[in-house]
Ligand binder design. Structure first.
Ligand SMILES: Nc1ncnc2c1ncn2[C@@H]1O[C@H](COP(=O)(O)OP(=O)(O)OP(=O)(O)O)[C@@H](O)[C@H]1O
Length: 571
């Protein structure tokens, strides 16, 4: 477990971890030895001269004091190393998540990653701070006591020593028996958490569709499954816990019987037997706590494996020697990309000269948004090349690529901050005047004037306090502020109210001016503003040309508009 932790986090933590383990082992040894001093204390107390116990009692007191100091130091060290490693893991995970391809963040990941990043990391990293010291103590203290027992009474010591492999075997068997049910319980926990997050996020949709009960049924089923899995996991752990308790008690009883036999036969003094039995009793507690601890360690190990899996997910490769594009024209050259088995881009070849606008049109699911995502390198193409200024986007430094592209998506995500902070995200070092100018060009100033608090108005989580059109305006202002030479637009499909529609159109017009634009267009009005149109179906470019040309041709593109205009007229 520790070696896995070090493998994940790096060897720079190996030194402090080794020192902590050594300190904890020394503490457990001193603990065992201080118990051992009970033997001469008891022997003296029950002997003919009880005052002989005084120096032993003083030594016992000193040993307990040393143990207390060591315990404090080793616990502190465990806590410190644990906290440092926890921070290290957060940093490592954070950095890695930031480097993973944007395409990795599919809807189901929200629940998975949020559980992993909160309770998963805490559980995996809590091992050093909370479980390591008791675990080492549970293993080392009884062994020290057994060694001491051997020194005082070899018969009883040997009997206790013989019990060590027996206790270890029972413990291992118990751990194996619960592994399967533990894994199932963790999986169910995960599924239930995912369902809870989905249920909360989907409240507006569910309420509008009157489907709250149905989805709650799914959540409820998932919670019931979790309850059943927890029950199974507890039941399967019971024989192990009971088995260990019975074994430990049986060993203790056997030692008691052996002690009585030795004392009655005159082979050992009563005080000696009593002292050895007190020591044996001291072994029982840590041994019994092993069962409980091993459950915690197994859970932590499972979380660590999951963390390792996420950390092993490869980020998109960065070029060793990044190239600078010469210009801002965009080319899709025989691009192929698949989601699973399905080809979403199938040999797409398109080009957009610098400063010109390409509109991608087509039925839902044709792969239009995917083209924008391939250009911004959310994913890497399977075959073919996407080029900007003659350079393959895979040969460009990711930060340099992102600096060249401004994106306005359909679903705008705003952070729970002020409007100003959200606009500034486009270019954090922009001056106030530049931020104001971008906002005004995106017609966001009208919105700000209306809001109580103006620029400092909070937008709520995900921008919930703004309307869809207002969120679009923030997103356009962000893109304008970024002032990137290439603009990717995914036009909103849902209708905006006329005021927002006009504002958004005006903002987009500003944004497109003089830039290379690739836009997914759903409205005829938008397509008319493009220089070139590509009609996409099932990942293939079926037709391309100017809007008027394609309409005159009377092919798929013309039929598509006929159908959508007829549909719109009916509404
Ligand atoms: N992360 C994903 N995993 C699996 N399949 C996906 C993923 N993202 C998109 N797809 C699938 O790829 C296909 C193309 O999706 P894309 O979003 O590019 O289509 P689109 O033409 O933009 O559609 P729309 O106009 O409805 O937004 C769709 O069938 C979609 O279901």
């Amino acid at each position: 477990m520790i070696s896995t932790l070090l493998r994940v986090l790096g060897q720079e933590y190996a030194g402090p971890v080794r020192r902590t383990v050594a300190l904890m082992t020394a503490t457990a040894l001193v603990e065992g030895l201080s118990y051992a001093l009970l033997v001469p204390v008891l022997r003296a107390l029950f002997g003919s001269t009880p005052e002989d116990a005084r120096p032993w009692l003083a030594t016992f007191g000193a040993a307990v004091a040393v143990y207390a100091v060591l315990r404090y130091v080793s616990d502190r060290s465990g806590f410190r190393v644990g906290t440092t490693m926890l921070h290290g893991m957060y940093e490592r995970l954070g950095e890695h998540l930031a480097r993973l391809p944007v395409g990795w963040y599919q809807p189901g990941r929200t629940g998975e990653v949020s559980v992993l990043a909160s309770q998963g990391v805490l559980q995996a990293m809590g091992v050093i701070a909370h479980l390591l010291a008791p675990f080492i103590s549970a293993c080392v203290t009884p062994l020290t006591i057994v060694a001491v027992m051997l020194a005082f009474n070899w018969q009883m010591g040997l009997a206790a020593l013989a019990a060590v492999p027996l206790v270890a075997a029972v413990q291992l068997r118990a751990a194996r028996a619960t592994t399967a049910t533990d894994t199932e319980r963790v999986e169910r926990e995960r599924a239930a958490t995912g369902r809870v997050i989905e249920y909360l996020q989907a409240q507006p949709v569910l309420r509008a569709g009157g489907r709250t009960g149905e989805r709650f049924g799914l959540l409820d089923d998932s919670l019931k499954e979790l309850r059943r899995a927890s029950h199974r996991s507890t039941i399967s752990a019971l024989p192990g816990v009971l088995g260990l308790a019975v074994t430990v008690q049986a060993v203790f009883t056997a030692l008691l019987a052996l002690g009585a036999y030795l004392a009655l036969g005159g082979h050992a003094g009563a005080a000696e037997v009593l002292a050895v039995l007190v020591l044996a009793a001291r072994c029982a507690d840590p041994l019994l706590s092993l069962a409980e601890m091993s459950g915690g360690i197994r859970a932590a190990r499972a979380e660590l494996t999951r963390l390792e899996d996420v950390l092993a997910t490869k980020p998109l490769p960065e070029p060793r020697e990044p190239r600078e594009p010469a210009g801002h024209d965009v080319v899709f050259d025989a691009v192929t990309f698949r989601h699973g088995e399905r080809a979403v881009a199938d040999g797409v070849t398109l080009s957009v000269p610098e400063g010109r606008r390409l509109a991608v049109v087509g039925p839902s699911g044709a792969g239009k948004t995917t083209l924008l995502q391939l250009l911004a390198r959310f994913y890497d193409v399977e075959a073919g090349v996407v080029r900007i200024g003659g350079v393959d986007v895979r040969e460009m430094d990711t930060a340099a690529l992102m600096a060249r592209i401004a994106i306005v998506f359909q679903d705008v995500y705003l952070f729970d901050g002020t409007i100003e902070e959200n606009v500034r995200l486009g270019r954090p070092d922009a001056t106030d005047a530049e931020v104001r100018a971008a906002a005004s060009a995106a017609r966001l100033d009208e919105v700000i004037e209306r809001l109580p608090g103006g620029w400092s108005a909070h937008v709520g989580e995900g921008g919930a306090l703004l309307s869809g059109g207002e969120r679009q305006r923030v997103s356009i202002a962000r893109a304008l502020l970024k002032d990137a030479p290439i603009v990717l637009l995914d036009e909103v499909t849902s209708a905006l109210d006329p005021v927002n529609e006009a504002a958004v159109h005006a903002g987009i017009e500003e944004l497109m001016a003089g830039r290379t634009v690739v836009m997914v267009a759903h409205r005829m009005g938008t397509v008319r503003r493009a220089d070139h149109v590509a009609f996409l179906d099932a990942g293939r470019v079926v037709e391309q040309g100017s809007h008027d040309e394609l309409l005159r041709r009377g092919g798929r593109y013309a039929a598509y508009w006929d159908l959508s205009l007829a549909g719109a007229a009916q509404h």
